[in-house]
Design a protein around this ligand. Structure first.
Ligand SMILES: [Zn+2]
Length: 494
C-alpha cells in the first residue's frame, strides 16, 4: 500500500548502509506459498516451530488488544526479507534475533528486513509488537465478538487478522497463548493451562498446546464463562467453556461428548490430542468450527431452533471427527479440504446411522442425486473453484461436505468395508501431527486395496460429472441447475 511503502522508503533512507542494500532489493511485496485457492497465504523460506502470543484485553470489543507475537522459526532458504501474513492490526516494532528490524506492509503481508541476511537452515527469533483489532466485519473471520467477550474463527485465511504468522496449514507449530484480561473474566485457549497469575485488577492466563497446530485452528475464548470438567476415554481430560448463565441448559448436550469420543475411537483409533471440549459462544457466526482441542459452537444450535437431538449430536460428532481429520492430519493445500469435510461429514452421518437409525445409504443416494449439481456449482471435490476474494467462506460448499462424503462411500463400495476401515485407521496414524495431501491419501488407499485406483480417483475427485456408483448402477445424478447463472470455468485439478 502506498502509505506503508512510503514508511519503508523513509526507513531505508535513514542510514547510508541501508540505502546501499536498498538499491539491490526489490520493493517489499506480498508473497505466498503458491496455494491455488489462496495464492498469497503462507510465506516461503522458513518453517515456524513455535508461536508465543501475548494479548491484553481491556474488557471491550471496540478497542484493539495490545499484543506481542514471538515466533521461533528456522530458515529453509537464504532470506533478505521475512514475510509474515498479517492484516487488521498496527505494528509498533519488530525485532529479529534481539535486534530492531525495519518493516513495511504490502497487501496482507508484514515484510521484515532483518539487520543481516539470514542463511538457510538457521534458527531465527522474531518479536512483533502490535495490536490485534477485534472490530470490523466478523464475516471476514478472525476475532468473533460474543455477548460477553471474544472467541476466534480463523478458518480458512483469517488467523493473520489476529496475529502475524505463517498463515497456512502446511506450516504447523506449537502455540503458547498468554492472555491478560479483567479479573472477572475467564480465559481459555487451545491446549492445556500452563499458569494463571493475578495482578491487581487483571489476571494473566497461559495455555500451551502439546501438539503442533495450524494457525487456522487457534482458539482463545474470553468471557463470563463457566469451565466444566469431565473425563473421557482412558482418563482424557475434557473441558467445556460455556456462558456461565447457560451451564445447566447446556449440560445434557455436553454430557454426550465422552460417548461420542468412545464411538469415534472405535471407528479410527485413539483421540489425537491432550484434551477436548466445546466452546459454546453467545454469538451469531452461522457455523460451528473445529478449533483444535476446543471446538466453537453457537449457543443457538442447542437452545433456539428446535433441532432434533440426533441432528445436534451429529453436528457435535462432525466437529469432533475433525480433530482427527483436518486438525491432527491437516491439509497441505486448501484443495485438500475435501479430506477434512468429507471425513467429518462421513462420521457425522455414520454416527446418525448407528445412534438414530438414519440410513447412510439413503443419505448417500440423495447426495448422489445432487452431486452433479454440486460439482457444477463448486468444482469437483479435490479441485474446488477459487472462492471470491470478498467471500472466501464460499469455499465451504456442499461439494466438500456431502459431495465428498459421497467419494468416501464410493471408495468403501469399491475396496470393501474391511480395507476402507484399515485405510482410515492407517491414515490418521501415519500422518498424525502433520500435513498431508490428496495424493498421500489416494496412494495409501491403493496400497491397502492392493491395486491401482488411479482411474477411480480421477473420476471421483476431479471429474465434472459424478462417476457411476460401485454396487448401485441404478443411481442417477440430476442435471445441474443453471439457476445461479454462468459459473466460472472449472480450474485444472492439481
Ligand atoms: Zn467441517
Amino acid at each position: 500500500m502506498p502509505h506503508t511503502s512510503r514508511r519503508l522508503r523513509a526507513a531505508l533512507l535513514a542510514t547510508a548502509s541501508v540505502t546501499l542494500v536498498a538499491a539491490t532489493l526489490p520493493a517489499p511485496e506480498a508473497l505466498g506459498i503458491g496455494d491455488r485457492l489462496f495464492p498469497r497465504l503462507g510465506n516461503p523460506g522458513y518453517d515456524v516451530l513455535a508461536y508465543d502470543i501475548s494479548l491484553t484485553y481491556d474488557g471491550t470489543n471496540t478497542h484493539p488488544l495490545d499484543a506481542v507475537t514471538r515466533i521461533d522459526a528456522r530458515t529453509t532458504a537464504p532470506l533478505e526479507r521475512i514475510n509474515l501474513d498479517f492484516a487488521h492490526g498496527t505494528v509498533h516494532s519488530v525485532d529479529v534475533d534481539g535486534r530492531a528490524a525495519e518493516f513495511a506492509t504490502a497487501d496482507e503481508d508484514l515484510v521484515i528486513r532483518p539487520p543481516g541476511r539470514l542463511p538457510a537452515g538457521a534458527p531465527v527469533h522474531i518479536t512483533v509488537r502490535h495490536t490485534s483489532d477485534p472490530s470490523g466485519d466478523p464475516a471476514r473471520g478472525g476475532w468473533v465478538p460474543t455477548a460477553d467477550g471474544l472467541a476466534m474463527a480463523n478458518q480458512a485465511d483469517a488467523a493473520h487478522r489476529v496475529f502475524p504468522g505463517n498463515d497456512h496449514p502446511a506450516d504447523k507449530a506449537y502455540f503458547t497463548f498468554r492472555v491478560t484480561a479483567p479479573k472477572d473474566l475467564t480465559v481459555v485457549a487451545g491446549g492445556l493451562p500452563a499458569g494463571r497469575r493475578r495482578n491487581g485488577a487483571t489476571t494473566t492466563w497461559t495455555y500451551r498446546t502439546a501438539h503442533p497446530m495450524a494457525t487456522e485452528l487457534a482458539q482463545v475464548s474470553i468471557g463470563r464463562s463457566a469451565v466444566l470438567h469431565r473425563t473421557g476415554p482412558h482418563g482424557l481430560p475434557l473441558r467445556d467453556v460455556v456462558p456461565a448463565a447457560d451451564r445447566e441448559t447446556l449440560e445434557p448436550w455436553l454430557d454426550r461428548t465422552p460417548g461420542q469420543l468412545a464411538w469415534m475411537e472405535e471407528q479410527v483409533g485413539p483421540y489425537p490430542f491432550e484434551t477436548y471440549g466445546l466452546l459454546v459462544a453467545d454469538t451469531d457466526t452461522g457455523f460451528e468450527l473445529e478449533t483444535q482441542t476446543l471446538s466453537l459452537f453457537e449457543k443457538s444450535l442447542f437452545t433456539e431452533f428446535g433441532f432434533p437431538a440426533w441432528y445436534i449430536e451429529s453436528v457435535m460428532v462432525h466437529e469432533l471427527a475433525h480433530q482427527w481429520f483436518g486438525n491432527s492430519v491437516s491439509p497441505r493445500v486448501w484443495s485438500d479440504l475435501w479430506l477434512n469435510e468429507g471425513h467429518a461429514t462421513w462420521y457425522e452421518a455414520r454416527y446418525a446411522e448407528d445412534h438414530a437409525g438414519k440410513q447412510l445409504e439413503q443419505r448417500m443416494r440423495e447426495a448422489y442425486t445432487r452431486s452433479d449439481t454440486w460439482r457444477a456449482a463448486g468444482g469437483p471435490p479435490a479441485g474446488p473453484d477459487v472462492p471470491s476474494p470478498d467471500h472466501k467462506i464460499d469455499l465451504f460448499r456442499p461439494v466438500v461436505y456431502d459431495g465428498s462424503a459421497l467419494v468416501l462411500y464410493a471408495l468403501r463400495q469399491e475396496i470393501g468395508a474391511a480395507a476402507f476401515d484399515r485405510l482410515e485407521r492407517t491414515w490418521v496414524r501415519a500422518h498424525r501431527d502433520r500435513s498431508a495431501t490428496t495424493a498421500d491419501f489416494t496412494r495409501l488407499a491403493a496400497r491397502i486395496a492392493g491395486r491401482d485406483l488411479t482411474a477411480f480417483f480421477d473420476g471421483w475427485l476431479h471429474g465434472t460429472k459424478t462417476p457411476p456408483m460401485p454396487g448401485h448402477p441404478d443411481w442417477r445424478s440430476a442435471e445441474p441447475h443453471t439457476a445461479g447463472g454462468p459459473r466460472r470455468p472449472a480450474p485444472k485439478p492439481e
